[in-house]
Design a binder for this molecule. Sequence first.
Ligand code: WT7
Length: 684
Amino acid sequence: RPSAPAGRGPENHPAPDARDTTASLENLLNETRSFPPSPEFAAQANAQPELYEEARADRLAFWARQANDLVTWQTPFTETLDWSQAPVARWFADGTLNAAYNAVDRHVEAGLGDRVAIHFEGEPGDTRTVTYAELQRDVSRAANALAALGVETGDRVVIYLPMVVEAVVAMLACARIGAPHSVVFGGFSADALRSRIADAEAKLVITADGGYRRGAASALKPAVDEALAPKDGAEPTTVEHVLVVRRTGQDTAWTEGRDVWWHDALEAADTTHTPVWVEAEHPLFILYTSGTTGKPKGILHTTGGYLTQAAYTHRNVFDLKADTDVYWCTADIGWVTGHSYVVYGPLLNGATQVIYEGTPDSPHQGRWWEIVEKYRVSILYTAPTAIRACMKWGEEIPAKFDLSSLRVLGSVGEPSNPEAWTGYRRVIGGDRTPIVDTWWQTETGAIMISPLPGVTAAKPGSAQVPLPGIVADVVDDEARSVPNGGGGYLVLSEPWPSMLRGIWGDLERFKDTYWSRFPGIYFAGDGAKKDEDGDIWLLGRVDDVMNVSGHRLSTTEIESALVSHEIVAEAAVVGASDDLTGQAVVAFVILRGEHAGRASDADGAAAVQTELRNHVAKEIGPIAKPKRILVVPELPKTRSGKIMRRLLRDVAENRTVGDATTLADSSVMELISAGLQKPSSSDD
Ligand code: WT7
């Protein structure tokens, strides 16, 4: 890779103070405005102020109580936390349990079999209602089908599906037999899928013929076929079977002996299945996420601690009342939010929820609000990007629907600017609902920092306080806690039940990435500030990770994709502030000698941009496509060869270029700026 490797120098971890955005300054101005819970809400809330006191008095006893109250154990645990192998934690280690039993069977045993688990709404308007009893039958069938196809406890299963009920069933069927699942977002390309299948050494892939998006059927299975096809230089695949859900009915290529229809396999399977009781530390899933290098990290989560914290946070942060609420989290199961707050958290708590397959604007921009009205959704959890888009489309659209059922709103994935927050509360929440701005990560497994809706006076734009049982801080370069009013790095100072247990197959990378910046404490990669009350404000990533529409993308991964194209000699990628998506991917590329002339006029530059954007979509997926690609003659580098992304960000955000005195060649920035008088912009 031609670009400099990611290091820990000041260029990669600039002090957060130096990169304050306008949004964060606005945050600070808005600090004084807060929204206390109404007395009625506070009186009935699941979480009361004493929860903080209980956790502070004895943190481990607090977590043991949550584990016993919210999870059903086959064998009770006797030890809460074993931290002797730090940073690999063992929670509730001598207990045994099963995740699918906890999510489904125990509710049926408690007489709740007829309760609706899922109201499914397909993009074309088809619907399906699934009760807990039906879910139990389907999950049991699927578990038997997986076993019949040779999947054993401990084998990895890759799931590459649209947002359909079968995705939930597939995850739970894996959990039922103790086969860790690795869900790959359906928007990732065949190449991205191939590398994830290879890294996890998966035995089976579950996919669909396709799904519906923006009013049309799109295909999914061809990407699996391509990912499993023999490739020069690649190890042969470990996959023995592909289970295929029929969603769209489109023509599908078939590999006899390998491919099996999901409905055939389930029909042939028995409707009862005895869950496999696993130890609390048995792997539940691997989920790949972008880091600072080109290779995605397989984040490993285990069973007992993860389920405990997923259920605890879902119950308290959203104030779930399982017998009356209708909950809807708009995240795709391909992301961690879909794991913890579509599948495990809500189902463990016996919730009734909505699952929607498509995009918010299909067939019209009121689709989400129509769904809220139709199912009387009372708790809505989504990302600031979606709210900003909704505000852009116009307040009159949600105003056409009856949103009075809503009583709690949640936000996740990126810093929520105060305008989006207050708009969310006013337009969607009728100036009535609490909003919980929840900070967490794929690695943390569950929500870590968030207001509690009946307790905290909410401040627009701030995640505010670590949840009871969580210890977080903002520290300076020397790991010293900063005083109120100060800025620094967000760290988690004590282990928590749903923490990642490692990076699949790479213990060293796990230690190096999260535990070496500040020895002994977890470095999240985010900059943060404490306000005068000690509340935490997230300021965005301080490493080479971008956040586009709440999705995590790696600058290095996109750079690698760009330089794998034959016309590109070098590439540098930055995340530039964007009103709608938070950040947008902007790439600077140097073309290879013989192609250098191709971008010399506007048409040529546009053609190069289109070709390279499509190439990134093929290598990673459409979500990683740069919004803009600028062809430049040189890249700004320090004398040690590190790309100075800070200067490129200045260019991408149309700012005066900052201090360039540490560049090896200080004229480079003039050269770049001179060539970029009229930057072309993207088409989608
Ligand atoms: C990164 C984690 C957690 C599920 C979705 C993203 C950013 C997340 C917030 C928030 C400010 C946030 C952070 C974090 N982030 N939530 N409420 N306020 N920033 O999961 O892909 O693992 O990304 O998302 O930068 O490190 P992820």
